[in-house]
Design a protein around this ligand. Sequence first.
Ligand code: GLN
Length: 192
Amino acid sequence: MKKIGVLAVQGAVREHVRMLNQITDVQGLAVKYETELDEIDGLIIPGGESTAIGRLLRDFDLLDPLKEKIQKGLPVWGTCAGMILLAKKLVNDDTSHLGVMDIEVARNGYGRQLGSFETVVNVPEVAVEDMKLTFIRAPYVNSAGSEVRILLKVDDRIVACRQNNMLATAFHPELTEDLAWHRYFVRMVRGH
Ligand code: GLN
């Protein structure tokens, strides 16, 4: 049994837990205390509001312990706001949060007009079948370091990428019925 935590300070927590619990031999659980970080095999940082999540992580004294865990190899997956939290650098912004992944991310990269949209893609490494992706006020990756492997581009923008134990996606698989990305992350956790 693999235990996968979902960082539960703000955002789409329950949706991820529900997805994880549909996968065999995986237990999804909401985590918000430092001690709970020792009990999990992987962590999802959900979508929500990155500024709020970042502030709460600091308020709860979780930012540094979590950063250290990730740097020591804890498999982590940031979706949407979670991708922003992982980034080393943000476009037009001097702040960064966990700053562990060698990517520069544009927040609300699609502007207000195209705030939310869906698209269908095929990512062979993740699933044989096509997948429908849901973007909500999504960020995208503006540039990525050489250690970062690009998994998916949509309209020439990087929306999914991986760097060793870290996965970042700009969209929200937890708002679909498709378990493909959660299964992919579980494979990362099992391979760790
Ligand atoms: N736009 C949000 C932010 O900047 C992210 C949106 C989301 O997670 N759906 O944090």
